[in-house]
Design a protein around this ligand. Structure first.
Ligand code: FES
Length: 146
């Protein structure tokens, strides 16, 4: 299966690459299958719980870049609760699919968003209904290692 036009577009022209200074939540996850790494930054309004901004950095493959780019576009403007529904499946659908061998790459984006939300919840001492700490969370990774 070839890559869809949307995957190619988000890979060659990824949206929301970078960092957010003083982000509300930061999550870093690793992909156990290939060793690639993804870090997600969220800027969340403390009153409304709306995600005002979302950026990512990755040492990941093209499919990971494309799914993260699309995922950041999909969670921006959503509440935390709505963002939890942006699963890797939803992101893949929005990209018109991925080759089966690349499906695991799409998990990086979902897990990184969950890790960033987990970080936000911990910092604010709140519980986000339905959110579990991602198993591939690698929070001990130092900023200068990435
Ligand atoms: Fe590692 Fe795609 S091969 S994220």
């Amino acid at each position: 299966m070839a890559y869809s036009e949307k995957v190619k577009d988000h890979y060659t022209n990824p949206r929301n690459v970078g960092e957010i200074e003083n982000a509300s939540g930061v999550g870093t996850v690793g992909n156990a299958k290939c060793g690639d790494i993804m870090r997600m930054y969220l800027d969340i309004d403390d009153k409304t719980h709306i995600i005002k901004d979302c950026k990512f950095k990755t040492f990941g493959c093209g499919a990971a870049v494309a799914t993260s780019s699309m995922a950041t576009e999909m969670v921006k403007g959503k509440t935390i609760e709505e963002a939890l529904k942006v699963t890797n499946k939803a992101v893949m659908e929005a990209l018109d699919g991925l080759p089966p061998i690349k499906v695991h790459c799409s998990l990086l984006a979902e897990e990184a968003i969950h890790a960033a939300l987990w970080d936000y919840a911990e910092k604010h001492n709140i519980k986000i209904e339905g959110l579990k700490k991602p198993v591939n969370d690698i929070e001990e990774l130092e900023e200068d290692e990435f």
